[in-house]
Design a protein. Structure first.
Length: 116
């Protein structure tokens, strides 16, 4: 937990502190974790909508650039977790080492093809 607190300025910022606390105090309580994440994301969504109204910017811009509220998408994965490690194979071991950089490369190529 201490390491998580020291990493706040770098990855995710202060928005992840409540998530860290939710996961810490609701360890192995999937329903409590899901409800906590939902409430936190709902509060961030309200903040983004309020910022759009106060700053007189489009709601689209506010929801796009204050996108931390989309952490709500993790709830189905939390509920699907059965507490066991998945299959161990070369595919599962290296899947994200290939897929994550590949999807970033594809998105960047689409950006250059569509916008240039």
């Amino acid at each position: 937990m201490i390491l998580g607190i020291f990493s706040l300025p770098f990855e995710g910022g202060l928005y992840l502190l409540p998530v860290l606390l939710i996961f810490y105090f609701a360890y192995h309580k999937l329903t409590v974790e899901s409800i906590g994440i939902f409430i936190w994301c709902f509060l961030i969504l309200i903040k983004a909508i309020h910022n759009a109204q106060v700053a007189n910017i489009s709601l689209y811009s506010s929801l796009t650039f204050d996108s931390e509220w989309m952490m709500i998408a993790v709830i189905p994965f939390i509920l699907l977790y059965n507490g066991k490690r998945g299959k161990k194979s070369l595919l599962t071991k290296y899947f994200f080492y290939i897929v994550y950089p590949a999807h970033l490369w594809i998105l960047m190529m689409l950006k250059y093809c569509l916008l240039d």
